[in-house]
Design a protein around this ligand. Structure first.
Ligand code: HEC
Length: 137
């Protein structure tokens, strides 16, 4: 009996702990190993830095809801034909399909939308060279 109560307690605790995992923590666990937040000069070899991804998705989907949906759909099914970052695919290859839970990716996407990361100066330069001036605020 005691064991059952103890087990139920542990299960409840674990569920609460999981439910409370924030978008930021989920990002760190699920995406950070490929999408760096703090690149040095130049772009990492594995994938574009996350602010570059956010910038591209945000300019195509300025509304929070659309932005979140686009990221959730993308992670579920990366597809060259709907990609907003054709240059990144050429450079790094298509993002692999990852077995993540859509509700977790949704939290990550909301975090990415709300977090207003400022890109480093070298990236602004790189972006303007590629996409023209006045596009990156
Ligand atoms: C195994 C490495 C890897 C992981 C982990 C990863 N990505 Fe990516 N991602 C990539 C690569 C490589 C690209 C660039 C090529 C491309 O766009 O497919 C990319 C591109 C993207 C893009 C741009 C899509 C476009 O329009 O081309 C989005 C959005 C994105 N990732 C979101 C995420 C999110 C959110 C996570 C975590 C839930 C994540 N990625 C985890 C490798 C990864």
């Amino acid at each position: 009996m005691k064991t059952t109560i103890l087990l139920a307690g542990i299960l409840l605790y674990t569920n609460v702990a999981l439910a409370e995992e924030s978008g930021k923590q989920l990002f760190n666990t699920l995406c950070l190993r490929c999408h760096t937040t703090n690149p040095g000069k130049g772009i990492t070899k594995v994938a574009p830095p996350i602010f570059a991804v956010v910038k591209h998705v945000r300019s195509a989907y300025p509304q929070r809801e659309d932005f979140v949906q686009q990221i959730v759909d993308w992670v579920e099914h990366p597809d060259k034909d709907v990609s907003l970052m054709q240059g990144a695919i050429k450079k790094f290859g298509l993002m692999p399909k990852l077995p993540y839970k859509p509700e977790e990716v949704k939290k990550v996407a909301e975090f990415l939308y709300d977090e207003k990361a400022t890109p480093p100066t070298w990236y602004k330069k790189h972006y303007e060279e590629k996409h023209g001036k006045n596009k990156l605020q």
